[in-house]
Design a protein around this ligand. Structure first.
Ligand code: G4P
Length: 524
């Protein structure tokens, strides 16, 4: 098959949701369609349950699962699907943001009863920033929930998405009768979770057809009126507009009952974008370029402390990636070749000889990679769009065992490369501060330093509101650094970071120093 057809048959996407909306269940159903798994329950949720906050073994177990389910590749309808899994726990939101940098599109799952929840808002904001096309699946229609129109309004208001329903629910909860699929013009009747045999969908192109009354009885008129309203209120669906991230198609169903899932997948495969071009610091790289390029969006440490190597996840952007071939690691300006790159097929990993744009390969790494690193056939490129976000929780990290200071330094260094957290060194006292977006990270860091690096660490409190990177007018910057010397620090790359004590002090600083830029993402 040519490079072009390999690219066109690939769909690489992430499923995102607030915890418990049904992401894992939906993923599992998609895998069942692809024949990638054969029984329900095979995909373990990689979410860290609330009760697990101080259970380190549970965190480790979950980390293990998350490697297995990080990327799930399978073939369906001749299309190579790569689902990128994202951790549900909010303390691991950074991981999710980075994973989104490797996704060409996204499916958002929303619980019909809960509507748009906080975590979904944040994740969709990142997708909108990156202009990732979004499809919405409203889940749990077998339960009582919000009115469909009300939910669509909520999505438009809270997620700032323009929506276009492509299916429409008929009743819900106890009275849930099914959905009318506006995309395929078919009626899907719901028979409840206890019935094993599903009736074929009914092809109904004209909702005025009397046959509809036979199927739906009293609910028919309501469906007719609602669909008419949908067609008046929402713009006609156009796949190109969706691919330009200007409109989000919406489907309704129940992942648990496998209802509405196949239709979601079929439509998704028809309209979702194949691998997209990507921006570097110097130019845009098209997937169709002959030469291989790719970037690291995730690094996972080995679970086995006897093997210190890590797994770097590389998204192929262009060309064909080949095993045992020399590639340029552009940050280190060093040629590297990979003897055992792995592909992720559902839950299995297997060594591959070739991979195409859209694919993710796992590369064993002995410490060469950082999040965001680029690989090419020789061109000096640096892919952009994999930023770290301004941390909001801070603690001093201290060495609890003077004999192990080297191990601690190495451990901290490597964990930061993995993107677990960010390290800042305070200018006035040289103390090391770790900044994270979630409190659970501190437990993970302490545990991993001990078990993977044999280092003992201790946290001591330090109170800041937010860290932000500062650039701008040289004179003002010098003045600012002098004025704020107690709250200035350097990041790992030696860049100036202001640790604002309160939101007020940040606001004042922004007002008083108009020639300075305050960045809330590490990439600017
Ligand atoms: P998440 O990955 O987004 O966190 O959600 P997950 O799929 O784990 O689903 C959360 C809970 O919602 C699960 O129940 C799951 O069975 C249930 N669920 C998912 N889809 C539907 C649906 O369409 N209808 C109904 N009624 N429930 C649904 P749980 O009791 O928390 O877990 P489990 O013990 O069933 O695994």
């Amino acid at each position: 098959m040519s490079l072009k057809s390999e690219i066109e048959r690939r769909r690489t996407f992430a499923i995102i949701s607030h915890p418990d909306a049904g992401k894992t269940t939906l993923t599992e159903k998609l895998l069942l369609f692809g024949g990638a798994i054969h029984i329900a329950g095979a995909v373990k949720s990689n979410k860290i349950k609330k009760t697990a906050t101080s259970d380190f073994m549970e965190i480790e177990r979950q980390r293990g699962i998350s490697v297995a389910t990080s990327v799930m590749g399978f073939d369906y309808r001749d299309i190579k699907i790569n689902i990128l899994d994202t951790p549900g726990h909010k303390d691991f939101a950074e991981d999710t943001y980075r994973t989104l940098s490797a996704a060409d599109s996204v499916i958002v799952v929303i619980d019909v009863a809960k509507g748009v929840e906080e975590q979904t808002e944040k994740l969709v904001e990142v997708c909108r920033m990156r202009k990732i096309p979004i499809m919405v699946f409203i889940n749990k229609l077998d339960r009582e929930g919000k009115d469909a129109f009300e939910l669509l309004d909520e999505i438009e208001q809270k997620l700032h998405l323009k929506v276009r329903p492509l299916s429409w629910p008929i009743g819900m909860g106890y009275d849930f009768k099914g959905v009318y699929n506006l995309y395929e013009k078919k009626l899907f009747l719901y028979e409840g979770s206890d019935k094993q045999i599903r009736e074929e969908p009914k092809e109904i192109t004209d909702l005025d057809d009397n046959i509809l009354d036979e199927y739906l009885g009293d609910a028919t008129q309501e469906l007719r009126e609602e669909v008419e309203l949908v067609n008046t209120v929402y713009p006609e669906f156009d796949a190109e507009t969706y691919r330009n991230s200007e409109i989000s198609p919406v489907f309704f169903g129940s992942a648990l009952n496998n209802f509405g899932v196949k239709e979601l997948l079929d439509c998704f495969l028809d309209i979702a974008p194949s691998p997209l071009p990507r921006q570097t610091k110097t130019r845009e790289v098209s997937p169709y370029e002959e030469k291989f390029t790719g970037f690291v969006f995730k690094i996972h440490a080995n679970m086995d402390p006897n093997h210190r190597d890590r797994l770097a996840f590389v998204k192929i952007v262009s060309g064909i990636f080949k095993r045992n071939t020399n590639y340029l690691h552009t940050r280190l300006n060093k040629k590297l070749k990979f003897a055992a790159p792995t592909a992720f097929m559902a839950q299995k990993k297997s060594v591959i000889d070739e991979a195409y744009p859209g694919d993710i390969v796992g590369i064993h790494d002995t410490g060469n990679f950082k999040i965001g690193d680029s690989l090419t056939e020789g061109e000096q490129l640096e892919f952009v769009g994999i930023p770290s976000f301004a941390p909001e929780i801070f603690r001093y990290i201290e060495n609890a065992d003077p004999m192990k200071s080297k191990q601690l330094a190495k451990g901290v260094d490597q964990l930061m490369d993995e993107g677990v957290a960010q390290l800042f060194i305070r200018n006035h006292n040289g103390r090391k501060i770790i900044g994270t977006v979630g409190a659970l990270q501190f437990e993970v860091i302490e545990y991993r330093l001990k078990h993977e690096y044999g280092a003992s660490s201790r946290w001591s409190p330090v109170d800041f509101y937010k860290a932000c990177w500062i650039t701008g007018d040289e004179k003002q910057l010098e003045e600012f650094k002098k004025q704020k010397y107690r709250t200035m620090a350097k990041d790992k790359h030696g860049r100036d970071v202001y640790l604002a004590e309160t939101s007020y002090s940040l606001q004042m600083a922004q007002q008083n120093y108009p020639k300075l830029q305050f960045h809330f993402k590490s990439e600017f």
